[in-house]
Design a protein around this ligand. Structure first.
Ligand code: FES
Length: 231
């Protein structure tokens, strides 16, 4: 009759060759088939149990791992288009709507503001035709907008990302000449006109970005709809 002993973890016993800390191992007469058979069954049982438990554990561990690849509802919402009611926006005013974590400005320009966009002489604006600036095709014009009356811009300075202030008054004090209204970034002094076009001689390298948008009625628009490249 053999005996059953417990084998400790590696390091407990200089002679230990394995790491079966909790698995009983047969030590004794190799011809004693009764004990040997019982122990073999027990070992298979323990090995099988460990395999099943390990498989279940791996399954549970895989669930959050796979789930982490699925975009959350919040992540989807952050990138989703945003519908804006502009019915209360008066001529000459600006409203701000958050989209993809950034401020988006909607300015309702007056007829004088629209006229003022055409009156700049050469040498005032860095990129008057928006050749090196980001905007949808329908906004690549002197107004940088689909409708001359409404300007839609991402309100983030193209220099280092500050949000410029709105200075709509023509000839406003401290803005230099010419100034037909526009946006001033106080971080490093960049200036933009009322179409978001950057002045020459300031740190910002490009016009303000026009996001994709679409009018769904006379008083509502949706920011984030790419109608030039529909999904
Ligand atoms: S971040 Fe606007 S001028 Fe530098």
């Amino acid at each position: 009759m053999g005996s059953v002993t417990s084998v400790g973890p590696p390091g407990d016993d200089p002679g230990c060759r394995g790491g079966h800390a909790d698995i009983a191992e047969y030590v004794g007469d190799p011809d004693d088939m009764t004990d040997n058979t019982v122990d073999t069954r027990r070992r298979r049982f323990l090995t099988g149990t460990a395999t099943v438990i390990g498989g279940i554990g791996a399954g549970f561990a895989a669930v959050p791992f796979i789930a982490s690849f699925q975009p959350s509802a919040r992540a989807k919402a952050i990138g989703a288009p945003v519908e804006v009611d502009i019915s209360k926006l008066e001529p000459g005013q600006r409203m701000i709507q958050k989209w993809r974590g950034k401020p988006v400005w909607i300015v309702r320009r007056t007829p004088a503001m629209i006229d003022g966009l055409k009156s700049f002489s050469a040498g005032v604006l860095r990129d008057p035709d928006s050749t090196n600036s980001a905007q949808p095709l329908y906004a690549k014009n002197v107004w940088r907008s689909e409708k001359p009356e409404y300007l839609v811009l991402v309100g983030v300075c193209t220099h280092l990302g500050c949000s410029p202030g709105f200075v709509p008054e023509m000839g406003a004090a401290g803005m230099g000449n010419p100034w037909n209204g526009g946006f001033f970034c106080p971080c490093h002094g960049s200036k933009f006109d009322l179409a978001g076009r950057v002045y020459i001689g300031v740190p910002a390298p490009a016009n303000l970005v026009v996001p994709p948008y679409e009018f769904v009625s006379e008083t509502r628009l949706v920011i984030g709809v790419d109608k030039e490249n529909p999904a």
